[in-house]
Design a protein around this ligand. Structure first.
Ligand code: CP
Length: 309
């Protein structure tokens, strides 16, 4: 049986192309399963999974929980805001207490860059990074590429522009790694203050003119401005940001070609994208969410195959 080359899913940076191919092949199978009248398989009946969310989440948390339940795993959920973390407990103590309840896989979202890597060195469980600060969000990038492949037939050779707050985005970095591994061309577009200097060293071009970026691309992946990660002002006003980098139907109509519109959520409607565009036929935003369950089932299933039972 084919196996992943990694023991944990800590970031796309650690994967090889064969891993992505294997995850997508497995996700195809699970996508078929979740569209059946009985949407469940007994594959992980002997596996216990803890979802540890030290940062807020809607999509990722629910998607992981549903993926785990569709695989028949036992699931426990933890939100830092309602836990003893508030009383001063350390990450390692929190996780070791949870693991002593015989947990096999930990899905963790944390505000600190490298939290998943740190945990993988200190606890005896499979770790899946559900977003570590401004660093990586590997399952989001996998479901994004899976959705592009589903829509366009392939990722190889496609031109993808990631638009918005690149500086604070874990989605951007994981997408860049995933898309390049599959042979796509990647540009980023946004205010220069929101584009990290190192980005060109990753082989990514910078385009600060939205119209030119959209004329170039096959797919536009639109990100929100992450105000919660900003301690200074990066642009004069939201109104100006929307005028320069907001996607509206008129801009798209003037391109003279169709492009695919993506957004990882949560959307700030009327800021980085209008409702008309987000809800249009060119948008695959809800397909991304749907595919997230199948892709996460695949990741969990493949890592669980490595556990000695
Ligand atoms: N895309 C994403 O990570 O959304 P949530 O923050 O709601 O999980």
């Amino acid at each position: 049986m084919k196996q992943l080359s990694v023991a944990h899913l800590l970031g796309i940076k650690y994967l090889i192309k064969n891993d992505i191919d294997l995850i997508f092949e497995t996700a195809n199978h699970f996508k078929e399963v979740i569209n059946r009248p009985i949407k469940k398989v007994p594959s992980l009946r002997d596996i216990t999974i803890a979802n540890l969310f030290f940062e807020n989440s809607t999509r990722t948390k629910l998607s992981f929980e549903l993926a785990e339940k569709r695989l028949s795993a036992d699931v426990i959920n933890f939100s830092a805001s309602q836990s003893s973390v508030k009383k001063g407990e350390t990450l390692i103590d929190t996780v070791n207490n949870i693991l002593s309840m015989k947990v096999d896989i930990v899905v963790m979202r944390h505000a600190s860059v490298g939290a998943g890597v740190f945990l993988s060195k200190h606890v005896d469980a499979k770790i899946i990074n559900a977003g570590d600060g401004t660093h990586e969000h590997p399952t989001q990038a996998l479901l994004d590429s899976y959705s592009i492949k589903e829509k366009l037939g392939t990722v190889k050779g496609k031109k993808i522009v990631i638009i918005g707050d690149i500086l604070h985005s874990r989605v951007a970095l994981s997408n860049i790694y995933a898309l390049q591994l599959q042979g796509a061309k990647v540009k980023v577009c946004g205010p220069t203050t929101l584009i990290p200097r190192y980005i060109t060293s990753l082989g990514v071009e910078v385009e600060t003119n939205l119209k030119k970026a959209l004329e170039w691309c096959d797919v536009a992946n639109v990100l929100r401005v992450q105000h919660e990660r900003m301690d200074i002002k990066y642009f004069p006003s939201t109104r100006e940001y929307t005028q320069l980098f907001g996607i509206n139907q008129q801009i798209l109509d003037n391109l003279g070609k169709k492009i695919v519109i993506m957004h990882p959520g949560p959307i700030n409607r009327g800021v980085e994208i209008t409702s008309e565009v987000a809800d249009s036929h060119d948008s695959i935003i809800l397909n991304q969410v749907e595919n997230g369950v199948a892709v996460r089932m695949a990741v969990i299933y493949l890592l669980a195959q490595q556990i000695k039972r």
